[in-house]
Structures are given as structure tokens and as C-alpha cells.
Design a protein around this ligand. Structure first.
Ligand SMILES: [Zn+2]
Length: 182
């Protein structure tokens, strides 16, 4: 083989290896993207991000638990919310869609809206794990709505998410009713 051709082949091999490396790093980066945004949640932002990140990184475990508890298939859409495109907006007004509600979400959006009544109630609870269990339950409920699941199904999912928090986080001492949810 001509030296010139050999060099070109070597270059090509190195380039291919480099592309493969970037692909692996890129894929890993995306898998650990967590929530996309948390807006308007003030001092609750860190805890909301932390519990979402925990679920993201333990996704297989979370998915199996929820699916075993509910008999539903949550993968795909729900996984994307926790690992890539999910947003949390803490609303500043208790009126409108937040009137008498803990939160809300629109079909086809990526956003779970948390209402002031819920956020204030959870902030008043003692213990980070208790707060995180509530945030996870409502987040899962509202993300469920964005994934086309209506009421009757998302309640099963939020019950299971709260149970998951109780099983996996140290020091969850409350029940879901203490989050203002049932
Ligand atoms: Zn709902």
C-alpha cells in the first residue's frame, strides 16, 4: 500500500474513533440533562431539581416501581420529562387555573405548573425528604397530564411516586394528604 494512502486511512480511523467518542459523551450528556427548567420556585428550586435528578439517574428503578404499582406503561413521554425536556413553573397567582388546585398542566406541553397553595404548604413541612416526596408526587401527576393521561390514571401514578419517595428517600415521615394531595 502506498504510504500516502496508508496515512489517509490512519487519519480516517482516528477521525472515526473521535466521532464515536463524541457520540458516547453526547448520549451520556443527554441522559443526565434532568429537568430543562425550574421557573419562579424561589427557595424550592434546589429541592425540586434534586428530586427530579434522583429519579432521572435511577430511572429504570423508578419506572419499574411505578409500572408494578399501577400496571401502566410510563416510559417514553414521562422519561423524556424527567431526563430531557420537563419544566416546572411555580405560579405566582392562586387565581385562574390555580384556583382550588395544587397544580395544572396542558396536554402536549412539557410544563408542570405548581400553584402557590401547594408550594406554600410544602415549604411549611419539616424535613427535605418530606418536601421532595410532595414535589415528586405533584411533578409526576402533572407530567402525566402532559403525556395525555387523564384523571383516574395520573392519581395512580402520583400515589405510586409518593410511595417510591417513601421507599427510597431517608426520613419521609408524612403521608400524601400532608402534601395537600390525596
Ligand atoms: Zn390533575
Amino acid at each position: 500500500m502506498k504510504t500516502e494512502t496508508k496515512n489517509k486511512l490512519n487519519q480516517l480511523t482516528r477521525l472515526t474513533a473521535l466521532i464515536a467518542l463524541y457520540t458516547i459523551v453526547g448520549a451520556t450528556g443527554q441522559a443526565q440533562a434532568d429537568l430543562k427548567e425550574v421557573n419562579g420556585c424561589a427557595q424550592s428550586t434546589t429541592k425540586i431539581n434534586e428530586i427530579a435528578t434522583t429519579v432521572d439517574h435511577d430511572w429504570a428503578d423508578f419506572e419499574k416501581f411505578i409500572e408494578d404499582e399501577t400496571g401502566l406503561n410510563i416510559k417514553g413521554c414521562m422519561q423524556n420529562r424527567f431526563q430531557d425536556n420537563g419544566k416546572i413553573d411555580c405560579e405566582s397567582s392562586s387565581g385562574g387555573t390555580c384556583s382550588g388546585a395544587n397544580g395544572w398542566a396542558s396536554y402536549l406541553s412539557h410544563t408542570a405548573h405548581f400553584c402557590p397553595t401547594f408550594v406554600n404548604r410544602v415549604r411549611a413541612l419539616t424535613g427535605d425528604s418530606n418536601k421532595k416526596a410532595c414535589y415528586l408526587a405533584l411533578m409526576t401527576h402533572e407530567f402525566g397530564h402532559t403525556c395525555w393521561r387523564g384523571h383516574g390514571t395520573v392519581e395512580d401514578i402520583d400515589d405510586a411516586a409518593f410511595k417510591y419517595a417513601k421507599k427510597t428517600l431517608p426520613g419521609v415521615t408524612i403521608d400524601m394528604i400532608d402534601c395537600g394531595m390525596d
